[in-house]
Design a protein. Structure first.
Length: 135
């Protein structure tokens, strides 16, 4: 399953719809859907705002693939990338009241694994998530 959007913040709603519809089709639990909604919308927002610098001519691609109970989600932008090791700690006292800067932290705490691939064409964040059986 795949979705491509232009880098417009209002298009995050399309990502949310895509996540919900894909997760429903995969018959994921409500808890898994909620967790994925947070992580994938954070990655998509980062791709739009930071990766593509809000350039509406650039795109963001979101893909999801379920194999067994392992869901892989990739979010690709057309940006230059960043050094994930240089991000400020959102739990540091000086950052607690800031209104941004928690996206990567949330993604790492929700997903089983988060990896970045930086290339001349853009940046891809690939996240894996262990889905629970839907009773």
């Amino acid at each position: 399953m795949e979705l491509t959007i232009f880098s417009n913040p209002t298009n995050v709603r399309l990502v949310e719809d895509f996540i919900f519809e894909s997760c429903e089709a995969l018959r994921l639990s409500d808890d898994d859907i909620n967790a994925l909604m947070i992580a994938v919308t954070e990655a998509s927002n980062n791709a739009i705002h930071h990766g593509n610098q809000g350039d509406p001519g650039k795109t963001v691609r979101v893909s999801m693939d379920l194999v067994g109970n392992q869901l892989t989600v990739s979010v690709t932008d057309q940006g230059k990338g960043f050094d994930p090791h240089k991000l400020p700690d959102p739990l540091a006292e000086e950052n607690l009241l800031k209104t941004s800067g928690r996206g990567v932290f949330l993604m790492k705490n929700i997903m089983k694994d988060v990896k970045y691939n930086f290339s001349a064409e853009g940046t891809t964040v690939t996240m894996t998530f262990h889905v629970s059986p839907n009773s």
